[in-house]
Write a protein that binds this ligand. Structure first.
Ligand SMILES: C[S@@+](CC[C@H](N)C(=O)[O-])C[C@H]1O[C@@H](n2cnc3c(N)ncnc32)[C@H](O)[C@@H]1O
Length: 262
């Protein structure tokens, strides 16, 4: 059995719900239980569900330094994993915490923290729950400034240049993967941006931040997305714009999976 998950190789035929291909077409968001689709900029629970099943074991500790509505933490506890979630916005953290608690599982610890993930003392948070290592880090940063999450100047969505965004993102990688166990995994979910008549490949720039730090790139997964809240009920106008111009409408985002080997 792999050391980093609970899957039984003998039962491989039974795992038909586990994705093994690089194209992830997810029809519908799982809105069950504590999951709320209301947080603008959230990801579908199926993403952390798939990743935690493949790359973690029961009892492992998962960190999400861009917790938002707590999607990762809800999935972690459903799968019997412990988790720590950090977000800059106190009201967002409080709301997530309340929803997570509505389906709290026995023997699962969930710790939420309000703070700046570039600098927050993660070692202190870990020692408050009696651990000194993490087994997975799940990252879903702002897609630079596409959605403004707050007015806080520490918010990555308020960085004024691409370089500043990438530098801040790099600081979150350093701060949060420092405690990731060697030979374990982290993942980053991110999409691209279109500005000044060209694609800004944010996904690949963020991927490079991990590779420059010596992480092994294990997967580039492409996931579809349906109608976003920002473009709700505007399919016609966007199709008209695309046909009468030279661009394509984004319908995908990336999930990068990395292994820490150093
Ligand atoms: C794309 S959202 C994550 C959504 C989350 N995956 C979910 O399903 O709800 C990014 C989050 O990063 C937070 N954020 C931005 N800058 C941050 C920082 N410096 N430290 C911690 N959180 C930050 C924002 O408040 C926002 O909630």
């Amino acid at each position: 059995m792999a050391k980093y998950n609970d899957l039984d190789p003998k039962k491989w035929k039974e795992y038909s719900d586990i994705n093994t291909d690089s194209l992830w077409l997810i029809e519908k968001r799982d809105n069950s239980g504590a999951h709320s689709g209301d947080y603008h900029g959230n990801f579908v629970p199926q993403i952390p569900h798939q990743l935690f099943t493949r790359y973690t074991k029961k009892g492992d500790w998962i960190l999400d330094p861009f917790m938002g509505s707590g999607t990762s933490l809800i999935e972690a506890q459903r799968l019997g994993r412990n988790s720590i979630g950090i977000d800059l916005q106190p009201d967002v953290v409080q709301e997530a915490e309340e929803r997570i608690r509505t389906e709290q599982r026995k023997n699962c610890i969930v710790r939420t923290v309000t703070g700046d993930s570039r600098t927050v003392n993660i070692e202190e948070v870990m020692s408050s729950v009696g651990i000194d290592k993490l087994q997975f880090v799940m990252m879903h940063p702002p897609y630079w400034d596409i959605i403004k999450f707050s007015d806080n100047e520490k918010d990555l969505s308020n960085t004024s240049t691409l370089d500043e965004f990438l530098e801040s993102f790099g600081q979150v990688i350093d701060n949060s993967t420092k405690y990731l166990e060697k030979n374990r995994y982290c993942a980053c979910v991110i999409g691209d941006k279109y500005a000044n008549s060209q694609v800004i490949p944010l996904g690949f720039y963020c991927m490079n931040q991990f590779m420059e730090r010596g992480f092994l790139l294990k997967a580039i997964l492409v996931k579809n997305f349906g109608e976003t809240k920002g473009k709700a009920n505007q399919q016609g106008i966007w199709r008209y714009r695309a046909i009468t111009n030279d661009f394509y409408i984004f319908k995908h985002e990336y999930i990068f999976v990395f292994k820490k080997v150093k």
